[in-house]
Design a protein around this ligand. Structure first.
Ligand code: TYC
Length: 102
């Protein structure tokens, strides 16, 4: 009596899951040589900041050493980093731009 002990039940997660892609922070790093105006131009050109925003973010990087300049999907973040690094290299500035998972 009591039935057979053959309960093969498993816990099934029925929560409605929404799968969001991971996001990546794009970081701009300070250095002693890249002109401030060049960094401002980079932020305007590739991160669509107005001049005042760009100047403010540039000063943050200058003072703190690093700042997040945007958060994007992996593909867009990679593109932004490549664009900044190419542009800096073309102008022979040592400006560094990297990305990290948020
Ligand atoms: N520190 C640089 C200077 O004094 C300016 C600068 C700001 C460089 C931000 C890089 O990401 C940077 N000319």
């Amino acid at each position: 009596e009591g039935g057979d002990d053959n309960d093969f039940s498993v816990v099934v997660d029925t929560r409605p899951r929404t799968k969001r892609p991971p996001l990546y922070k794009v970081l701009l790093l300070n250095d002693d040589f890249t002109p401030m105006e060049f960094v401002v131009m980079v932020l305007e050109r590739f991160f669509h900041m107005n001049h005042a925003q760009a100047f403010e973010v540039m000063l943050t990087v200058h003072k703190k050493g690093v700042a997040v300049v945007g958060v994007f999907s992996h593909e867009i973040a990679e593109t932004k980093v490549a664009q900044v690094m190419d542009f800096a290299r073309k102008h022979q500035h040592p400006l560094q731009c990297t990305m990290e998972k948020e």
